[in-house]
Design a protein around this ligand. Structure first.
Ligand code: 13P
Ligand code: SF4
Length: 311
């Protein structure tokens, strides 16, 4: 990148020249959220990717999200600013081990969190996101046995909330796993009036202290509609950028990790995307998501079920 390049102006120029749409997750850096055409949770972003008439999707999120966009819109060029932007949940669930797990439980269907590889999506029956999981689960007959993976905390939360007994894959999100119950209780003691809003990827010992549990878009809506002047936010802290814009007078405090602050809960994968890398991705149309057609079609079946059941 030549010295002195005006990245914002260049990204804007390339977005028009390429007929590109820039999609961003709420966990992206503020400067990326601010220039995106659309910011949303995993379900919103999947819907946008399926519907857009742009020729290029520049996906500012993690790899499984950009792959979902490519699965749903194969004719489009999908670029991810940093191809190393993975996810600990995806890493916890290699497709060959998941296939073995499925084979050991042939009478179960696989309800699978979208935070997984294409290989695991292709082995699944229905995909869910945190904002669609309860609605989708309620449409599955009560006597149907279910495998839920790869997030054991989201699976455990859904099981407690709905009373459905599910076989859980033992994966975790390293970001939400890092919240400390002791530090959260200390923070609550300092702000006794402040509600806690938490993402269901948090362990049960964090969710037990939450006044609201939901997806990133659900947490944001809760923040926008709340009456008080302080909110403790138990999810990746970059979402607070949108909260500050919506409610500048409210004090949004990120829930702490064991060191007493919320910086250890920044998603290291999401953080790999930068303005510089987004500029290069739009300029070179690389790194690009490519998927073998047979795997794409299998993965699309489980994603299409989600989109139909979530609507
Ligand atoms: P949602 O935005 O769908 O709530 O998911 C959060 C997440 O972990 C993304 O990695
Ligand atoms: Fe994966 Fe957790 Fe990062 Fe979301 S926050 S991308 S679940 S590691």
């Amino acid at each position: 990148i030549p010295a002195g390049t005006d990245l914002l102006a260049e990204i804007d120029r390339l977005r028009k020249e390429r007929n590109a749409v820039i999609l961003a997750h709420y966990y992206q850096k503020p400067e990326i959220q601010d220039l995106a055409d659309f910011v949303g949770d995993s379900l919103d972003l999947s819907k946008k990717a399926a519907d857009t008439d742009a020729d290029v999707i520049a996906f500012c999120g993690v790899r499984f999200m950009a792959e979902t966009a490519k699965i749903l819109s194969p004719e489009k060029v999908v670029v991810l600013p940093d191809m190393d932007a993975g996810c600990s949940l995806e890493d916890s669930c290699p497709p060959d081990q998941f296939a073995k797990f499925r084979a050991e439980h042939p009478d179960h269907i696989a309800l699978t969190y979208i935070n997984c590889s294409i290989g695991v999506k292709a082995l699944s029956d229905i995909i869910v996101t945190s904002s669609s999981a309860e609605k989708i689960l309620s449409q599955i007959p009560a006597d149907q046995k279910i495998i839920f993976g790869p997030d054991k905390h989201l699976g455990g939360y859904l099981a407690r909330k709905t009373g459905r007994d599910m076989l859980l894959w033992p994966g975790v999100c390293i970001v939400h796993e890092a919240f400390s119950e002791t530090e959260l209780l200390k923070l609550k003691a300092k702000h006794p009036q402040a509600p806690v809003a938490a993402h269901p990827e948090c362990p049960a010992y964090i969710l037990d202290h939450a006044d609201y549990v939901g997806s990133t878009s659900g947490i944001l809506k809760f923040a926008e509609e709340m009456d008080g002047n302080t909110l403790i936010v138990a999810t990746e802290p970059h979402i607070i950028h949108q909260m500050n814009k919506a409610k500048p007078d409210v004090d949004f405090i990120g829930a702490p990790g064991a060191d007493g602050n919320c910086n250890c809960n920044i998603c290291p994968y999401m953080a790999l995307n930068t303005l510089e890398k987004l500029y290069v991705a739009l300029r070179d149309l690389e790194p690009r998501i490519e998927i073998a057609e047979d795997v794409r079609l299998k993965a699309k079946t489980s994603l299409d079920r989600m989109l139909a059941m979530a609507s």
